[in-house]
Write a protein that binds this ligand. Sequence first.
Ligand SMILES: [Zn+2]
Length: 237
Amino acid sequence: MNLSCLLCYQASPTPVCHWCEDDMFFFDAQVHGSNLLQYGPVAGHVKHSHYDALTVLGLHAWPMSSLVHQLKFTHSLTAGKVLSNWFVLKKRQCTLTVPNVLLPVPISAWRLSKRHYNQATVLCESLSRNLGIPVNQGWAKRRGFSVQHHLSKTARAENAKRVFSLTKPCIDKAIANNGNDELGTHFSVAIVDDVLTTGVTVNTLSKMLKQRYPNIHIQVWVAAFTPPPKSSLFQQT
Ligand SMILES: [Zn+2]
């Protein structure tokens, strides 16, 4: 086979060579626990008042950030596949319950028309094939064309409340098909996104889900966490 690494372009039989893979920071259930909401260096920096558990593949730092960038801006399905395959391997060591449905964080119709795909959906589809968990793409909507990344934490929270909404059907059908009551008792979902920075987006969406289905169990699954500049996590790489 004559393949080259997505990140360093050296010859490699795998899409990411083992040198690049060795340079990545991966969270490890044995070291950091299965639920990163119980791990201070992550939990202390993200909003998480409305979801129950958090799983992250790795740190949004080079070289993983480059893979996420390829997924987000060049529609690299290979990058999406590599990230989700690693995620599935990490999931095997994790003790959290398997969710009933995967929920990609929506992007706005405006952005979808420019980018032609939602990177969270790309991740979900690959995870879904690997884990046999269905994806619900129509559960929530994102309005408008504002971007979050230049806003402060408070401004993000205000903005998120305005731009996100659950759709009318949301996950009613999945819950009913599964034989659960409408409060979502014993029903578990995973909200999936590419990058977690402040946690405001997933927390806002979780709050909306819990208002509608008070007993639902919510996990958040993301590919990469952006740590604050002086995070102790950098010392471990
Ligand atoms: Zn490489």
